[in-house]
Design a protein around this ligand. Sequence first.
Ligand code: BGC
Length: 756
Amino acid sequence: MLLAALALGCSDRQSYRDAKMDAFIDGLMEKMTLEEKAGQLNLPVAGTIVTGEGVSVGVEDRIANGEVGGLFNVKGAAEIRRYQQIAVEKSRLGIPLIFGMDVIHGYETVFPIPLGLAASFDMEAVEQSAHIAAVEASADGIAWTFSPMVDLGRDPRWGRVSEGSGEDPYLNARIAEAMVYGYQGRPGEQFVSKDQIMACVKHFALYGGAEAGRDYNTVDMSRQRMFNEYMTGYKAAADAGAGSFMASFNVVDDVPASVNKWLLTDVLRDQWGWDGFVVSDYTGISECILHGVGDYHEVGVRALNAGMDMDMVAEALPTQAIVGLKNGEVTMKTIDRACRRILEAKYKLGLFDDPYKFCREQEAASVVYSAENRAIARRISGESYVLLRNEGDVLPLDRKGTVAVIGPLAKTAENMPGTWSVAAQHSRCATLLDGIKEVAGPDVRVLYAKGSNLCSDYALEMNSTMFGRELGRDSRTDRQLLDEALAVARRSDVIVAALGEASEMSGESSSRTSLDIPDVQKELLKALLKTGKPVVLVLFDGRPLTIEWESKNVPAILNVWFGGTEAAYSIADVLFGDVNPSGKLPMTFPKNVGQIPIYYAHKNTGRPLDEGKWFMKFRSNYLDVDNDPVYPFGYGLSYTTFEYGPVTLSSASMKPDGKIVASVKVTNTGSVAGKEVVQMYIRDVKASSSRPVRELKGFEKVLLQPGESREVSFEIGVDALSFWNQQMEYVAEPGEFRVYIGGDSRATAEASFELL
Ligand code: BGC
C-alpha cells in the first residue's frame, strides 16, 4: 500500500488521500448521533479576545457533550490544549475541535494592515507575511485563520477598506491567491507541514459595496459589476484552494448572504467547483431575523439549506437543524453534508492524526514574535509606505541637527499594529519616537511634543477605541498643547508631524463621513507649517483620507497606513533614507467625500469631461470640484526617478487563442537605487458592453540601480481581455485593445493591437 502511494503522482496522491479521508469519515459518521453531527456545525466563541457582540455560555460542558465543532478567540497553545483535551478525552467520540482566530495581518509579529500590504505591490512579500503569520499562529494552537479578507472597496468611508486590498479587481485577485498560498501552501503542497493553517476567505460576498460606506449596510449591484469587479478576489482564493469561506453580513439581491443559496451553493460550489466549508460571520445567521427574512428557527433552516456549514456564535444552525429534520424542512443528507465538510477540514489539517498538532508550546516560545520574524516584518512594512509628496527633497532626512517629532500619534505604542491585530501585544511595540531615535543615530537630537489630542470631539475619540485601545487624552488645553509643540518646533531643523487616524478609526464598524485629518490635528499641522521649518507629514490611516490641502501645502507626505509591530523602525528607515520608499496606492485618494466612490477603472459615460477641465456644462462632472482625485490609484514617489520608454508589442494582432507580449524600457534616472512598480493597464476600446477606461492587468516590482535600465514585459492572454457580458457570458470580443504601461494609473505610454 505504501509503495503504491509513493508511486503515485501529485494529483493521484491527492485522490488517494481523499479516498482514505472518505473512508475514515464514513466510518466516523456511522457512529455519530444526530446531535453529535449537529454539534460539528457549532462554532461558539471562548477566550479573552473580543471581536463582536454576543458570548457563548457553558462551552466546556457542551464540548464534553459533543455539541461543539470548533472554538475561536482562544489565545495560547496551553489554553487551546486544555479545551482540546475536553473534546478528545471527555466527549463520546473524541472528535477534535478546530480552533480559529482572526490572524489578519500577522499574529504577534504584525505586518502592515492589508491595505498597506497591498500598497507594497509585492506578492512575494504578501505571501511571506501570511506564511509567517501561519508559522506563529500554528505553533500557538491556531489551525484556522479568518483571512484573507478580499472585499473589494471603493468607498473609503467604509472603515473595513483597511482590511482589504483596495479598489482593483486584478490586484485583489493576486493578493487573495498570495495570502491563501502563504497560509496553506502552494497547490499540491497544502496542509502537508505543521505550520500550514486553513484560510477562510471573507466576506462572501460583496461586503465592500455597502451603501454610503456605512458598515453592514445594503449592497445592490448588477451581475456584471459583481463578476467583472467584486467577485475576482473570492474566485481567485477559491481557485487557490482556500479551505473555507465566511458568509458576509450584507444582503445580496435582497437576500442576506447567510441564507443566500444562490451565493453559497449555485455560485460558490456549482459554478466555481469549490469544495470547502462555509462558516457564518459571527451572529450573521440570527441577524437574518432583523433583516426581516424569518424567525430564529426559519433562518437556521434557511442557512443550512442554502449551503451554510458552520454557525459562528448564533447557534441557530446546529439547534434548528435538529428541529428542522423533525419537521421535514431539512433532510438528513443536508445535515450530513455540512457535518462531513467540517470533518474533512479537520482531517485535511491532520487533527485526527494528532489533535494537539498545533499546540507546540515550546516551539511557540521561540518562533512567536521572534527576532527573525520581526526583521522580516520590518522589511515588508518598509515596502508598504507611499511617498505622496517630496517638494524640495525634504526627505530623506540628514543624520544631523535637531528633529522635532510632534503629534498625537508620535508616542503611542498601542496605535502601531493597526486594526485587527488581536493576537498582538500592543504595548511592547516601539513608538514612532523610539524608532526615530534608534535609527537616527547619535548625531541627531530628537525632541518631542504631543501637540494635540486625536480630535476635539471626545465622543469621536471614544467611538474609535474598540478593544479599549485609547491614545490617552491629554488634560491640557488645545492652546497649551500647541504652545508646547511650537516651542519644540522652533528649536528644531525639521519637523516630523505624526498625524492622522487612530488605529481603531478604521476597521470594523468604523465608518466615517468626513475623511479629513481630525480638526485639532489639522490646526496643529497648519501652525507647524507657519514656523517656516520644513515639515514631513507621517500620515497614519486605514483608508484614503481627503488631504487636498495637505497635498499643496505640506512639503513632504509619507503615507504609512498602520505598519505593524515594527512600523516605528521601518518608518524611520524610510525617513532617513536607509530604505527607499516604493509603495503605490491601492486606492484612489479623493479630493473630498462628495467625489466618492472614485476609482480609476470607471466607465467613460456618454458625456465625459475633457482631460484637464474642471467643469463643462452638460458633461459628467461637478460644479464645485473637478473629477480628478488628489492622488490616483497606483501612485507613489521614490527618492529616485524613473523614466519609461515607449510601449512595444510583439505583434499588431492577436489570435483568439494566442498571446501577445507588451514591453517597456524603464530606467532609473536618479542617483540612488530604487524599486518601481511597473503597471500595465488595458482598455477594450469597443465592445458589446461599455468597458472601463482602463483596467490593471499586470504589474511587476523591479529594483533598479542608478542609471540602470530594464526591459519589463507582460504576457497578455485572452483572459486579460475577457469580461462578463450582458448575457453573463465570459467573452473576449474582437477589436482594438489599448495597452498603457507606466508608474501609476495615469500612465500615458501606449500602444494598441487588434484581437482577431
Ligand atoms: C467580522 C469578521 C471576523 C469575525 C470573528 C466579525 O465581526 O466581520 O471579519 O472574522 O467577527 O472575529
